[in-house]
Design a protein around this ligand. Structure first.
Ligand code: AMP
Ligand code: ZN
Ligand code: FE
Ligand code: FE
Length: 282
């Protein structure tokens, strides 16, 4: 039985398992196609591929998750990229800038928390993030350590959600540029967790025009009705119905594990074809 999961995080962004640990967990759960999709980083892929070499039953896909801005300013859009050439210099240059921008932004969120009477050590947040691209979950984990909240998710309710009391905006990236960066590196762009996108129906034609080729439908946190609805939207927009668990390894109760959601093998094959078609175009 094929088990496809095209959305997984590691310690190279805000996941809590190293690439090696993640690959081992995915294999142990019967995943046969896995994409590592860290936020603004492909730095975990070399280690993931080294581990995957010991598991011939697993096909590993080089991926990424970029944060772009909603054109009307309502939250952010996450765009997944698959089958990337990680040696692409323009992509890597931009990724370094995005990660640098994340640092300043995280530091400002830590300052806001202090103003709100919830101080966390900036040095501790950096330590938790390690070499990964720093993000809100790292701050949330530091808040858990300080005993302000019980789970990282709780930090988002009031403080870290978009527009929350301690929230600070990221550097701006138009979705067209995110798609273009992925395509420029030979990759295929897919819209992540579309249910969370404000004004999805109005926005989709623009994203399709920009070059996205799929959207997440088989997403672990979507219920059956949401999957049906997103499936219909994908079909009417000519997009491949992709998906995955979006596993981060937070260890919170009810967390969806690798392999808990993902598209059928046939969808993966079509996605793969789109990438090789692009790669063979001069
Ligand atoms: P950042 O990259 O710093 O913008 O943080 C985005 C990450 O924070 C997402 O990938 C999730 O892991 C997490 N996140 C965002 N919004 C929420 C939320 N409302 N509840 C829990 N986690 C969230
Ligand atoms: Zn994340
Ligand atoms: Fe996301
Ligand atoms: Fe994600």
């Amino acid at each position: 039985m094929a088990r496809v999961d095209l959305h997984l995080h590691t310690t190279l962004s805000d996941g809590r398992l190293t690439p090696t640990e993640l690959v081992r967990l995915a294999v142990s759960r019967g995943v046969t196609v896995a994409a590592v999709t860290d936020h603004d980083s492909t730095e975990g892929l070399a280690e993931a591929f080294a581990e995957a070499a010991h598991h011939p039953e697993l096909t590993l896909v080089p991926g990424i998750e970029l944060s772009a801005d909603h054109p009307t300013g309502e939250g952010d859009l996450h765009i997944l990229g698959y089958f990337l050439d990680t040696g692409n210099r323009r992509l890597q240059g931009r990724l370094r800038e995005f990660r640098e921008g994340r640092k300043g932004r995280a530091q400002r969120m830590v300052e806001r928390l202090a103003e709100l009477g919830l101080p966390v050590e900036w040095s501790r947040v950096k330590e938790i993030a390690g070499e990964g691209s720093i993000g809100r979950p790292h701050i949330a984990l530091a808040m858990v350590e300080r005993g302000y909240i019980a789970t990282p998710q709780e930090a988002f309710v009031e403080y870290l959600k978009d527009g929350g009391a301690a929230y600070v905006d990221r550097m701006k990236l138009p979705p067209e540029e995110a798609v273009e960066l992925i395509q420029g590196a030979g990759g295929v762009a897919v819209l992540a967790h579309p249910i969370y996108v404000t004004g999805l129906q109005e926005l989709l034609p623009h994203l399709v025009e920009a070059g996205i080729r799929g959207m997440e439908v088989h997403y672990a946190n979507f219920n059956r009705e949401q999957r049906r609805e997103m499936g219909r939207t994908a079909q009417s927009s000519g997009l491949l119905p992709c998906g995955g668990s979006d596993y981060h390894g937070f260890g919170t109760p009810g967390e969806q594990l690798p392999g808990s959601a993902g598209p059928p093998m046939e969808v993966y094959r079509r996605l793969e074809k789109l990438a090789s078609a692009r790669a063979s175009t001069p």
